[in-house]
Ligand binder design. Structure first.
Ligand SMILES: [Zn+2]
Length: 404
């Protein structure tokens, strides 16, 4: 019996490996699968036939197999089921309906400048947006697997409760899983915003194969998500990747989290605005002097575009500290790939270069340079990754339930 169980487990492992490769690669041929999985051609053929029989995969477009020969390719049947991905953000919250290939069929973006009266109003907004994206997409409710949510940390992914996010106190102790499940009837999976973005980058960044990846976000806040061996590293208490709150300067400025000198207090968009406001006090001739108490991050980028030295020097210093922090990340995890995203990275191109240079100069000497790149999924990464949390759960469960 134990032997039989082991065999089933091994076969399911192989099925998940094949599915995982097709999911990440977008498309796969039998020969391609055989070479990456190490499984025999016959084993691959059998697994593909099973998955096709279940309608989980389908024939993709014909692709060239060299010398004019055509090989059949396989893709995930994107319309087998659907997911909903929600990305809660201080400025814009996204609510999307996605297929099983992470493609957005309908999306709503909700501007968060309006204050919510209470948490109940916020959950109502989410539940109503969920209904609207379902309606817009024309997908049947029964075909929706669940809702994935990426929200600012810290949070408890097990119980689905948001804890005390420093930059969004409105969400303090919101039991989002329970309330949103009650309002929509769908199962809800909660994870940290930067974790779901790391997940999106892992599944849909097709240009490079890797199983260890770190995503670092430098936005109004700073955070990260870490993938180890293809799995999200959430840590024992869901706080892994609270990259913004590692200490950079023991006597540095006070952070929203209550500590001093956190990376977020030194480098985030909020820190940049604070430092710029302070410096402008003594710069009466600066074009932003009169706005010094009501600065926005857009003001900063407008000035860097005009080659303003003050804003450039503040952003460059911010990037320097992020580079120092990334060198610590490399020394701790040595990920194959480090993806940087967030508004400071996207809007000020020099930022990425500085982070990359500083991180490479400061990490352990002698080792190869870790691959670094800017996020390509940009503003949709959050909803795509949130949906993918549900998709991933589905594929793993499905294989175990159907084949046992
Ligand atoms: Zn902090």
């Amino acid at each position: 019996m134990a032997d039989q169980n082991n065999q089933v487990q091994l076969k399911n492992f192989n099925r998940r490996t094949v599915l995982g490769y097709i999911r990440r690669n977008g498309t796969a041929t039998k020969a391609g699968l055989a070479s990456v999985t190490g499984l025999t051609f016959m084993a691959i053929k059998k697994i593909l036939a099973e998955l096709q029989e279940l309608n989980l995969i389908r024939d993709g477009q014909m692709e060239s197999g060299g010398m004019g020969r055509k090989a059949v390719s396989y893709v995930i049947n994107e319309n087998y089921r659907y997911t909903i991905g929600i990305h809660i953000n201080k400025f814009i919250t996204g609510i999307a309906l996605l297929n099983l290939r992470g493609q957005i069929l309908a999306i709503e973006r909700y501007s968060m400048d309006k204050e919510f009266e209470n948490q109940n109003d916020f959950v109502t907004m989410l539940a109503e947006a969920v209904n609207r994206v379902i309606e817009k997409s024309g997908v049947k409710r029964d075909d929706i697997l669940g809702i994935g949510v990426g929200a600012p940390g810290p949070l408890d992914c097990e119980s689905g409760v948001i804890l005390t996010p420093p930059n969004m106190p409105m969400l303090d102790y919101l039991p989002l899983k329970e309330t949103l499940e009650g309002r929509t009837g769908f199962p809800v999976f909660l994870n940290k915003d930067t974790n779901v973005i790391a997940f999106a980058e892992y599944w849909y960044r097709n240009n490079r194969d890797c199983s260890n990846l770190a995503y670092v976000e430098v936005d109004m806040g700073i955070g990260s998500g870490i993938i180890i061996d293809g799995k999200l590293n959430v840590g024992a208490n869901c706080i892994a990747g609270e990259f913004g709150h590692i200490t950079i300067d023991l006597n540095g400025p006070l952070c929203n989290c209550g500590n001093r000198g956190c990376l977020e207090a030194m480098s985030s968009g909020i820190a940049v605005l604070r430092m710029l406001g302070e410096q402008l006090e003594n710069q009466k001739d600066h074009p932003l002097y009169h706005k010094r108490n009501s600065l926005t991050i857009e003001d900063v980028f407008e000035m860097t575009d005009k080659k303003d030295l003050l804003t450039i020097s503040i952003l460059n210093r911010s990037a320097f500290y992020v580079g120092v922090a990334v060198s610590n990340l490399i020394n701790t995890f040595d990920p194959e790939m480090i993806i940087l995203g967030g508004i400071l990275i996207q809007k000020y191109p020099m930022y990425f270069n500085i982070v990359q240079d500083v991180a490479n100069q400061r990490k352990v000497k002698g080792a190869k340079e870790n691959y670094m790149a800017v996020s390509v999924l940009r503003e949709n990464a959050g909803v795509i990754g949130a949906g993918e949390i549900v998709t991933d759960h589905f594929f793993n469960q499905f294989v175990n339930e159907v084949f046992h």
